[in-house]
Design a protein around this ligand. Structure first.
Ligand code: NI
Length: 169
């Protein structure tokens, strides 16, 4: 097990399309284990492979019922369909430092994916779970939650980030 470095905006790999996973081997399992560990260390509730510099269609999503027993699922090659409803909710991202904003997402989605052995997964997700999956699947397409905001808000964030990066030098 190992922690991986979480890359942050404007790192180019966050803007790239992740590729479909075809090989379900030990390397893939190790990636998922590391991603889970890295997510909880951050701490966060979801992580996509792009964020650790790996362009594979893999995301991990927290499904813990409580703080004592941390539990996550790995979705390989996830696809979202049948979005229903629309809810605005606060989001942040481990790759978008020091920023949170309200983002509109489907309230309910259908998800097809594969597990780490390549077996098909097929389920509905709602509310918080659905929001995290939508956020993480966006990452696989090179999309960040700030892309859902108005140009005005996004530019404000870019300015804020510039200042922040300058102050760290
Ligand atoms: Ni994110």
């Amino acid at each position: 097990m190992a922690l991986r470095k979480i890359l942050t905006y404007p790192e180019p790999v966050l803007r790239q399309q992740a590729k479909k996973v075809e090989v379900f081997d030990e390397e893939l399992k190790q990636l998922a284990t590391d991603m889970g560990e890295t997510m909880y260390d951050a701490p966060g509730v979801g992580l996509a492979a792009n964020q650790v510099g790996v362009l594979k269609r893999v995301v991990v999503v927290d499904i813990s019922k409580n703080d004592e027993a941390k539990e996550f699922i790995t979705l390989v090659n996830p696809v979202i369909s049948n979005g229903e409803g629309c809810v605005a909710g606060e989001e942040g991202c481990l790759s978008v430092v020091e920023y949170e904003a309200k983002v509109k997402r489907f309230q309910k989605i259908h998800v097809t994916a594969q597990d780490l052995d390549g077996k098909p997964l097929d389920f509905d997700a709602e509310d918080r779970f659905a929001r995290i999956i939508q956020h993480e699947v966006d990452h696989l397409h090179g999309k960040l939650f700030i892309d859902h905001l108005s140009a005005l808000k996004r530019n404000l964030y870019k300015k804020k980030l510039k200042k922040l990066l300058k102050s760290r030098v």
